[in-house]
Design a protein around this ligand. Structure first.
Ligand SMILES: [Zn+2]
Length: 169
């Protein structure tokens, strides 16, 4: 499907040097769905999904409060599930979608899993490790550097967070 085809070259939106592909809507739709589910158990609404050949193979939402686990970020949950689904720690030919820019831990996990492509929604000026605070995903010293597309459906993704924190004040 779309994953194998040449990427579109949209006239507006994504930053130069990166491109949104037709299948990206599938992955981000699922990530947003996971973010909404996280909110149901009182967690900050952040969701992730991993797509391979146009199909969602794993997904997860933030479970930090639910599991009382500081490492239970959406990306980590999704990466573990994808490794289980593929039967190995490497996740070749996958794209990871996440509603918020990955933190340092999750960026590290993305590198460890050798995920070739990452698409995130809202930037995270406080903890983002894909360009905001630091850029672990574009670090020449690292042995793996994924293609990164930031800001995909950022308005929708950050609206989830804004609404969540508004109800808590
Ligand atoms: Zn994280």
């Amino acid at each position: 499907m779309g994953v194998e085809s040449e990427p579109d070259t949209p006239e507006t939106g994504p930053p130069a040097g990166s491109s949104i592909e037709p299948a990206d809507a599938i992955g981000m739709d699922r990530a947003i769905q996971e973010a909404r589910a996280a909110e149901q158990h009182g967690d900050v609404p952040i969701g992730a999904a991993i797509v391979r050949r146009g199909e969602v193979i794993a997904a997860g939402g933030n479970r930090r409060e639910l599991d009382r686990d500081p490492t239970a970020h959406a990306e980590v949950i999704a990466i573990r599930a994808a490794a289980e689904a593929l039967g190995g720690w490497r996740l070749p030919a996958t794209t990871l979608y996440v509603t918020l820019e990955p933190c340092a831990m999750c960026a590290g996990a993305i590198v460890l899993a050798r995920i070739p492509r990452v698409v995130f929604g809202a930037p995270d000026p406080k903890a983002g490790a894909a360009g905001s605070v630091m850029d672990l995903l574009d670090e020449p010293a690292m042995n793996h550097r994924p293609e990164v597309v930031g800001g995909f459906r950022a308005g929708e993704c950050s609206a989830l967070l804004t609404a969540f924190f508004a109800t808590r004040r």
